[in-house]
Design a protein around this ligand. Structure first.
Ligand code: PMP
Length: 428
């Protein structure tokens, strides 16, 4: 047997072993059809059942109210950066019976890391009137936390306008943010509420969905690419409030929504408008089941899963708190590790980026040798890998180390990592 590996990759990320084993067992014969799931028609009864079941499981897990549609889409998180712009500008334009140019309608973004910054870029590319109401990099000199909510309006040059928005019929189409910045390790400990209820909140939860309970009713749209906490790449989950569904056909010069990006078309067709990514949805459904069912969480392959514990998202959240707590504590206790996110309240429970700075300790004047520190980080990743702790290198845009500890990562895995961190530090 191969030695056990621990996967700390940010995504595609670890999938619970019991899910992989179950998929393996069912691979050739899905549900007694005599066919692999991948060979079935997406219009067949077994697939339709799976499609409905997966939605129901997610509805149960996140306690999603009945006035929200759950849709499965393709194209990953990046496609949602665009879909949000098209769909919600169409909705706002229609709702306000807007006669003017759609480019007059503002769209508000909170930027706390690389992914919300990319969402801004896409909205701008499409010609939207983007207002960055909070830019954490500017405010904090880097993506190190979340600037106080009270500063958001004043840091925005158009802030003055906003107070008159409602009167001028210029409410933004939506307020956008990313709940957990996967690259930078910044996670919101609250739901922003800078606008009134008429402005839907759009949230990218790609890397922390299902990691903690969420009050879905506060949101207009929640979306998540699957490949972190849900399942394999290829499917994105979109949870959208029904009253926001409006398809633009290009009226009043509005951008027509491409059908594959159109929430209403997808919802109306129960995510079967075209051929869905069936296998990704199937594995996602198994992950949902694993979260919902204590039996599915039993020990496999010598790994202690979450046997005997409560199931569901609240139970997962308690585990995630414990896991992240242990890891941050170990990092804080050592002199060579530096946690990137300084704002403790905004430290992610899913992605933990840190740097290694050891050289100043050797230098009589305490001078940091950046190049050598980077070499030590490379050494860290190599030694970790040799011990079966995989994919710990930080995102290529920022370097350093990043440990991703999604739902599927066991507490045992975090303990192994903590031990490794302590052993490695002894070398310096
Ligand atoms: N948003 C977040 C929070 C992400 O972590 C990622 C991917 N790591 C994306 C969006 C982009 O997702 P994709 O690669 O599926 O387009």
């Amino acid at each position: 047997t191969t030695p056990h590996k621990w996967n700390f990759g940010a995504g595609p990320a670890m999938i619970p072993r019991p899910v992989l084993l179950r998929a393996q067992a069912e691979f050739l014969n899905y549900n007694d059809t005599g066919l692999s799931l991948m060979e079935l028609s997406h219009r067949s009864a077994p697939y339709e059942q799976l499609n409905n079941h997966a939605q129901q499981q997610l509805r149960t897990l996140l306690n999603i109210p009945s006035n929200y549609k759950i849709i499965f889409m393709q194209g990953g998180g990046h496609t949602q950066f665009a879909a949000v712009v098209y769909n919600l500008l169409a909705w706002r334009h229609h709702k306000n019976a807007h006669q003017g140019d759609w480019k007059d309608i503002p769209v508000d973004y909170i930027v706390t890391g690389a992914w919300s910054a990319k969402a801004v870029e896409e909205a701008k590319r499409l010609g939207a009137n983007v207002r960055v109401v909070c830019d954490a990099k500017k405010a904090l000199g880097g993506y190190k936390g979340i600037p106080a909510e009270s500063t958001w309006l004043t840091s925005d040059p158009a802030g003055e306008l906003r107070t008159q928005d409602a009167a001028n019929n210029r409410q933004p189409a939506y307020l956008y943010y990313c709940d957990n910045e996967t690259v930078n390790g910044v996670e919101f400990p609250f739901v922003p509420s800078m606008h009134n209820a008429d402005v839907p909140i759009v949230c990218d939860m790609s890397s922390n969905i299902l990691s903690r309970p969420v009050d879905v009713s506060k949101f207009g749209v929640i979306y998540a690419g699957a490949q972190k906490n849900i399942g394999p790449a290829g499917v994105s989950v979109v949870i959208v409030r029904e009253d926001l569904l409006h398809t633009s056909e290009g009226e009043h010069g509005l951008l027509p929504v491409p059908l594959m990006l159109d929430y209403k078309t997808m919802a109306k067709n129960n995510s079967l408008y075209n051929t869905p990514p069936m296998f990704a949805i199937y594995i996602s459904s198994l992950v949902f089941e694993w979260l919902l069912d204590a039996q599915a969480q039993k020990v496999q392959d010598g790994e202690a899963y979450f046997v005997g514990e409560k199931v569901g998202v609240e139970a997962a959240a308690a585990r995630n708190e414990r896991k992240a707590g242990k890891l941050y504590k170990a990092l804080e206790e050592s002199k060579i590790y530096r946690i990137v996110v300084e704002d403790k309240a905004a430290r992610s429970k899913m992605n933990v980026p840190f740097r290694i700075s050891a050289t100043h300790k050797d230098d009589p004047n305490g001078v940091v040798d950046k190049k050598r520190d980077e070499a030590i980080e490379a050494e860290f990743v190599a030694q970790a890998e040799a011990q079966g702790l995989l994919q710990l290198a930080g995102h290529r845009s920022v370097g350093g180390i990043r440990a991703s500890i999604y739902n599927a990562m066991t507490e045992e895995g975090v303990d192994v990592l903590v031990k490794f961190l302590q052993e490695f530090a002894k070398q310096y």
